[in-house]
Design a protein around this ligand. Structure first.
Ligand SMILES: NC(=O)c1ccc[n+]([C@@H]2O[C@H](COP(=O)([O-])OP(=O)(O)OC[C@H]3O[C@@H](n4cnc5c(N)ncnc54)[C@H](O)[C@@H]3O)[C@@H](O)[C@H]2O)c1
Length: 421
């Protein structure tokens, strides 16, 4: 199949391209490299060094013996999106190219607006260009399990049967997102569902759980590594926990730590996206997949990370800073996930096994982690309307080591040096 991956330079777009190429699919990609820029904006970088794009393309040629077509550009420019779809006329489009960080969207009004404007614009541009140039193509759109929030009932896959005042219907399950980013995904879902209805497009809306891991079987060389973010804005809780353990810092689940979420290993996420591509819906069908394997609380993630860290001779403690987010710290969580299993999906990776792999991989990049240890501390507060000042201060890096100060002649309660926050 001919597959177009938007966001091909990203954490999941890159391994997806490798996975599809290795299985004989023809792959082209789009990216604007905005994630690289925005991770720098908060003073961080990927733990794994990511080569410039031409080197990535060259590595694919050398190590996989395949060509990867690439279009550099922003989905915010409709002329660009049209040109790519007119040229490629793909069978499937996997749409990953969105601003994907909840904390980034909560920094201030400008980051909130950029997140929603970009995400909705990119999706609408793709939908219109598909209608015009490849109406038979299948859109695999990346949503998130976070669209549903944490209702006190089981979470179905997109739709549920409801009886109300004596009448019944099959309706979209209510969404209760927890950040401006998550709301952008909710609005996207509505747009994709509507476009399928009015134009007969085929679409799979993937409510993706949190992905973990940094390896897939196709990543056989460091030149093929995917990015791994670990700062408080771009890194997931599990990513931060592993890096904290490696750096000898306490592991820090926010708040009481009973927040539960769905998780899936990177390799299994690739498997499920490929299955979605290879089994397209009918024309006009909009279907929803809840894509995760197991749900864990943040405390469970912290404990599992600590247990694996011990195997590596590390002895991290676990501490609970106040939760910077506004979220239920203890709640019911029971999402259903049957649709992918019906297509033949089977989980192949287990959390502790992937954690071991992460420790092995990331310890090799310890110096890169060490240089950015200050970006792990939570700064972005959901209740604040403007998190820029503390972020800007942190992006400058830790305060320089103070010059040695001679001991004062008398004991005094006067600070003689500035300590890094
Ligand atoms: N990684 C996860 O755990 C996770 C979980 C749930 C949902 N998702 C969703 O999956 C998708 C991919 O996530 P990821 O972790 O690979 O993110 P990522 O930021 O690493 O990758 C996204 C890529 O898209 C590019 N991009 C973003 N906006 C663009 C635009 N307007 N035009 C062109 N390129 C653009 C970025 O430069 C980046 O390379 C996102 O939509 C995200 O919301 C991810």
């Amino acid at each position: 199949m001919k597959v177009l991956v938007t966001g091909i330079d990203g954490y999941s777009g890159w391994p997806l391209a490798l996975h599809l190429l290795a299985r004989g699919h023809d792959v082209a990609g789009i990216d604007s490299f905005v994630t690289r820029r925005r991770v720098r904006e908060v003073g961080s970088w990927s733990a794994t060094p990511i080569p410039p794009w031409p080197k990535r393309q060259e590595a694919v040629r050398r190590l996989l013996g395949r060509e990867l077509r690439f279009y550099r550009g922003d989905l915010g420019r409709y002329a660009f999106v049209e040109e790519v779809l007119r040229t490629e006329r793909p069978d499937a489009i996997v749409h990953l190219a969105e601003q994907r960080s909840a904390p980034y969207s909560m920094i201030d009004v400008h980051h909130a607006v950029a997140t929603q404007a970009e995400n909705l614009t990119g999706t609408l541009h793709l939908l219109y260009a598909m209608r015009a140039h490849c109406p038979e193509a299948h859109l695999v759109k990346m949503g998130t399990m976070g669209e549903y929030g944490t209702p006190n009932v089981d979470i179905p896959e997109g739709f549920f049967e409801i009886e109300y005042r004596g009448r019944t219907d099959r309706l979209p399950f209510p969404r209760q997102a927890g950040s401006w980013y998550h709301w952008s995904k909710v609005f996207d879902s509505g747009d994709v569902m509507f476009a399928s209805r009015i134009w007969g497009l085929r679409a799979t809306d993937v409510m993706q759980g949190v992905i973990y891991g940094v390896r897939t079987p196709e990543i056989t060389d460091d030149a093929l590594l995917t990015r791994f973010d670990f700062d408080e804005v771009w890194g997931t809780a599990l990513n931060r926990f592993v890096v904290q353990a490696i750096l000898g810092m306490p592991i820090t689940p926010y708040g009481r730590g009973f927040q539960r979420r769905g998780f899936i290993a990177l390799e299994d996420s690739m498997q499920s996206l490929r299955l979605a591509i290879e089994h397209p819906p009918a024309a006009g069908e909009y279907r929803v997949f809840n894509q995760f394997d197991a749900a864990y609380s943040v405390n469970e993630l912290a404990e599992r990370t600590r247990a694996v860290a011990e195997e590596f001779g590390l002895h991290p403690t676990i501490e609970h800073p106040p939760d910077p987010r506004v979220e239920a710290e203890e709640h019911y969580y029971q999402p259903i996930h049957d649709h992918l299993a019906a297509l033949g999906y089977r989980a192949t990776r287990e959390l502790s096994e992937v954690l071991r792999e992460l420790f092995r991989d990331l310890r090799r990049f310890r110096r890169r982690l060490e240089a950015k240890r200050h970006v792990l501390r939570p700064v972005v507060q959901w209740r604040s309307g403007d998190n820029r000042p503390p972020l800007a201060a942190r992006a400058e890096g830790p305060a320089p080591a103070p010059a040695p100060v001679p001991a004062p002649p008398v004991a005094a309660d006067v600070p003689t040096s500035r300590t890094a926050a």
